[in-house]
Design a protein around this ligand. Structure first.
Ligand code: NAP
Length: 324
């Protein structure tokens, strides 16, 4: 047996099949249904040195594992993991940046077009056998033409979205806490200022305490009655009640949502609205990209246990991420 085969890795809940197969070949893998300390077998608790997970890992769970060194999170957004607590405990948290950037940006543009040009509804019209004789699907009220696009969160994915929007011939501006060097897009120091300057807002911001419900009634109202809101970042960044109200009373024209405040529950009020396009959080969900994310989860564990350096530590954990 190799040393790695004596290293116990815990998979709490769902994990990508390819990642699980890779880990099974290298490590001693333990599985439980979810990251609940009550589900940990007592005789294993002191042996678990790594976690591969796609879900919530809270401070209690981290504290229940005295030998824990690394949490390899499947996904670039790691709001489900208490990374500050992990860092304080000397545990490194890794995520899966870059490998999903282009896929998520593709999805964002697809969602934008579907929302503005009503393509899913037009397809349903054909499938329902309604395209007969002179009956045509009505021209969409909204268009991408002459729109001004604002990006909330011009990071890796935001930049990939911006490049695509530019290729569509539309001007781009953005809001981050800090200005991005080397881009020509107009910067706005606040989200409200950005919303006032555009009619189409694409949120690619992470879910953090600072972004919680940042897209609120005021921000939505600033987009205007032709306004379109697209969310490919995190549901927590939006005040969902305010969004529903804005869509009902015409404060904005339409919304396209891949993410929701309380997934997988999507408020019925949103589903009932004709001016909303919904997706089941599938921004990165192609077999190709999920495999790349899964490989990065396993690579982080391998590199940690082989050379003591995580490959893609999250910013909060850089100080405990080893030799780099
Ligand atoms: P990233 O490179 O870290 O970009 C995040 C951007 O948000 C940065 O430009 C950051 O700029 C900005 N930001 C962070 N906090 C902010 C705040 N309080 N106010 C204003 N701007 C803020 O991350 P990424 O790889 O592009 O991923 C972005 C997010 O997309 C992830 O966190 C995840 O939630 C989401 N995502 C969704 C899917 C999906 O399937 N729908 C898939 C992947 C990722 P500053 O630091 O300068 O503020």
């Amino acid at each position: 047996m190799t040393e790695a085969q004596h290293t116990t890795i815990l998979i709490p809940g769902w994990m990508n099949d390819h990642t699980a197969e890779r880990l099974d070949k290298t490590y001693r893998v333990l599985r439980i249904d979810s990251a609940d300390a009550a589900l940990l077998p007592a005789r294993e608790v002191a042996k678990i040195r790594g976690i591969a997970s796609a879900g919530r890992i809270d401070s209690r769970f981290i504290d229940a594992l005295p030998a824990l060194e690394i949490i390899a999170h499947y996904g670039v957004g790691y709001d489900a993991v208490d990374s500050r607590h992990a860092a304080a405990r000397g545990v490194v948290v890794t995520n899966t940046p870059d490998v999903l950037t282009e896929e998520v940006a593709d999805t964002a543009l697809g969602l934008l077009i579907n929302t503005v040009r009503e393509l899913p509804k037009a397809e349903a019209f054909v499938r329902a056998g309604k395209w007969v004789g002179d009956d045509e699907y009505p021209p969409s009220r909204l268009t991408l033409r002459e729109r001004k696009v604002g990006i909330f969160g011009l990071g890796r994915i935001g930049l990939a979205v911006a490049r695509r929007v530019e290729a569509f011939g539309l001007p781009v501006s953005y809001h981050n806490r800090s200005r991005v060097e080397g881009v020509s897009y107009a910067y706005h120091a606040s989200l409200l200022e950005l919303a006032e300057a555009v009619d189409t807002l694409i949120s690619v911001a992470p879910g953090t305490p600072a972004t919680d419900k940042a897209v609120n009634r005021e921000v939505l109202a600033a987009l205007g009655s032709d306004g379109v809101f697209i969310n490919i970042g995190r549901g927590s960044t939006v005040d969902e009640e305010a969004l529903i109200a804005a869509l009902v009373d015409g404060t904005i024209a339409a919304a396209g949502l891949d993410v929701f405040a309380s997934e997988p529950d999507v408020p019925q009020a949103l589903l009932d609205l004709p001016n909303v396009c919904v997706l089941p959080h599938l921004g990165a969900a192609s077999v190709h990209t999920r495999r790349a994310m899964g490989n990065l989860v396993a690579d982080n564990l391998d590199q940690w246990f082989r050379v003591g350096a995580a490959k893609t530590p999250v910013p909060e954990c850089v100080a405990v991420a080893g030799r780099g």
